[in-house]
Design a protein around this ligand. Structure first.
Ligand code: RP5
Length: 343
């Protein structure tokens, strides 16, 4: 497994992660996709980890896969130092089977998104990274489609367009939804929206084909736990049909753990499903945290920013705004004390 630099960095928090994500390297090897492996620890080498994250873009990378286990800070910390899309790969652990890794990666607070795949789903991470990095490369896209068994071929023409597909019946928080779409507009993205029944394969397929023809850079797939039948496995269904990078946005009102209608938990159900063979199958989905609407829009903007400099600059300005607001609040606490914050 000789590696070259390429567009994709694969950082692990420890050498002990490497054999656990073997399938990622194997995917790149089998499709002839160059990648750059690193060991960068968020807690043992934090400075080097952050410095290398800041250099990702200048070093020509388009995307970083950050694989870590336990209290897995690596993906979130990497994402906070770059505006390139970061894919979080939760590594399996012995005491909590990687649930610890998953939860510490996926539920990133709004503002800094990480696209998280299923626990140990290293091939899904590699496929997703390739779909993001080679969105404007017809030859590579068709190679990935053939590998995944997706029907038809595409002619790449990257547009700053993002599809949004909602599973009918999902209870949407309209305020947060419009915050997401209006911020996407401000970043310079155009959106194409569809609400369809998760069971209506024909309509879902025709919508994704339309997006493919128009050069969409990402599709945000919304499903959730509602009063009706859960639709949080909708992102997996959509991702099965297309190589457009799929961003999964799971929604829930109130407590989202241990829903008896869901196999595993809300994330497991979104990122992995049982294939007809009865085997567990992961999907190349950039999973967002529950109700992290803003992060879904931001992740789409970060993908679009790879191909459109103006969008990337707006994402940078947004990040600067986040940092400025924290600094202002801290200055206020130094000046006025804690009382104004204890309202
Ligand atoms: C994390 O801690 C790594 O990503 C790894 O999954 C976990 C354990 O690391 P080692 O103690 O095996 O080096 O940083």
């Amino acid at each position: 497994m000789k590696s070259q630099r390429g567009l994709i960095e694969v950082r692990t928090g420890s050498d002990s992660d490497i054999p656990k994500i073997r399938k990622a390297y194997e995917f790149f090897e089998s499709l002839g996709i160059p990648y750059s492996p690193r060991i960068l620890s968020a807690h043992r080498t934090p400075q080097a980890m952050a410095a290398e994250a800041r250099r990702l873009s200048d070093n020509g990378f388009f995307v970083s896969i950050a694989a870590a286990g336990g209290s897995a800070h690596l993906p979130g910390m990497t994402a906070s130092e770059t505006v390139l899309p970061v894919i979080g790969l939760p590594v399996t652990t012995s005491n909590l089977s990687g649930q610890d890794s998953l939860y510490s990666i996926i539920q990133m607070p709004d503002g800094i998104p990480v696209g998280c795949v299923g626990i140990g789903e290293s091939e899904s991470a590699a496929i997703l990274a390739s779909e993001i990095a080679y969105n404007n490369d017809s030859e590579m896209r068709n190679r990935i489609r053939a590998y995944r068994g997706i029907e038809g071929t595409v002619l790449a023409k990257t547009a700053s367009k993002v599809g949004i597909i909602k599973a009918a019946g999902t209870e949407i928080d309209e305020r947060k939804y419009s915050e997401m779409t209006s911020s996407m507009e401000k970043f310079g993205l155009t959106t194409q929206v569809s609400e369809v029944s998760a069971e209506d394969v024909v309509r879902v397929k025709s919508f994704v084909r339309e997006l493919e023809n128009e050069g969409a850079v990402a599709v945000i797939v919304i499903g959730g736990l509602g009063r009706e039948k859960p639709t949080n496995d909708f992102p997996a269904k959509v991702s099965e049909m297309t190589d457009i990078p799929s961003i999964g946005l799971p929604l829930a009102k109130g407590f989202a753990g241990n829903d008896p209608r869901v196999e595993g938990d809300i994330f497991y159900n979104m990122l992995c499903s049982t294939a007809p063979t009865g085997k567990l199958k992961g999907h190349p989905i950039a999973g967002m945290g529950i109700n992290r609407y803003m992060n879904a829009g931001l992740f789409a903007a970060q993908i679009a920013g790879l191909f459109d400099r103006a969008i990337q600059d707006r994402v940078k300005a947004y990040r600067d705004g986040l940092a400025k607001s924290v600094k202002e609040k801290d200055a206020r606490i130094q000046k006025d004390g804690i009382l104004p914050f204890l309202k």
